[in-house]
Design a protein. Structure first.
Length: 234
């Protein structure tokens, strides 16, 4: 980094204004993309899903908590895992404090994983999370929304992730799904997976602002530096 170009104040302002023009153009494109996302057709949720939650058995309708919109975070936590996925936890660290703000805009938030509820509750307590988290271990929700994969489906070539064939070995992967409730009817309006989750990680967005960026280029793999937030050396 020591050989980075150094400019005068006037040169820096000129360069920053040129970049600002590109940033504004990007934001306008993002606004248009968001508009198109909201105009996607919806699909009716025909299946009844019952989850294990802190209030006992909870349906998908219950997760709305009286609101019309629901964001579901598909958190990677397989039934036989002892802890939640560290990358999934990296995303989850962004969500604890925003739920009250979402609620003010008629949006509820819940994480869903296949692991048994006691494991989810213990892990949430360890990491200081209070957002709603329910277990889908006794229903097909994760499979239907293409974030969990049965071995026989992978072998048969019928498993799908991020709208493409999935042939890897991970039994669970991350995603977000959005639902709308109109009376007794629930509709699936959007899902995103893989790099589509990138804008939903606050830490990564902040790292993109600093001179070294995410600083992952020389690592064995992009997130090899990552730990659960209580595992970093102080």
């Amino acid at each position: 980094m020591s050989d980075h170009r150094i400019a005068s104040r006037d040169e820096w302002i000129d360069a920053r204004r040129r970049l600002l023009t590109k940033e504004k153009d990007f934001l306008r494109q993002r606004d248009e993309l968001s508009r198109e996302r909201r105009e996607l057709p919806w699909e009716r949720v025909a299946k009844s899903y019952v989850f294990d939650g802190s209030a006992g058995k909870e349906t998908l309708a219950d997760l709305f908590a009286g609101r019309s919109q629901l964001i579901v975070y598909h958190f990677m936590f397989a039934p036989d895992a002892q802890t939640g996925c560290k990358s999934g936890s990296f995303w989850a660290d962004s969500y604890n404090g925003i739920v009250p703000h979402l609620n003010q805009r008629d949006v509820s938030f819940a994480a869903v994983s296949r692991a048994p509820l006691p494991k989810l509750q213990a892990f949430a307590a360890r990491l200081g999370w209070s957002f709603k988290w329910v277990s889908s271990g006794n229903n097909d929700f994760n499979y239907d929304y293409q974030v969990s994969f049965r071995p026989q489906d992978v072998a048969a070539g019928t498993a799908i992730y991020n709208y493409a064939d999935y042939r890897q070995s991970m039994p669970d992967l991350p995603g977000f799904s959005v639902f709308f409730r109109d009376g007794e009817h629930i509709f699936h309006t959007y899902s995103t997976y893989a790099r589509g989750l990138d804008p939903l990680n606050v830490a990564y967005q902040l790292l993109d602002l600093v001179p070294k960026g995410r600083d992952e280029a020389g690592l064995p793999f992009a997130m090899s530096w990552l730990r659960l937030h209580d595992q970093y050396a102080t």
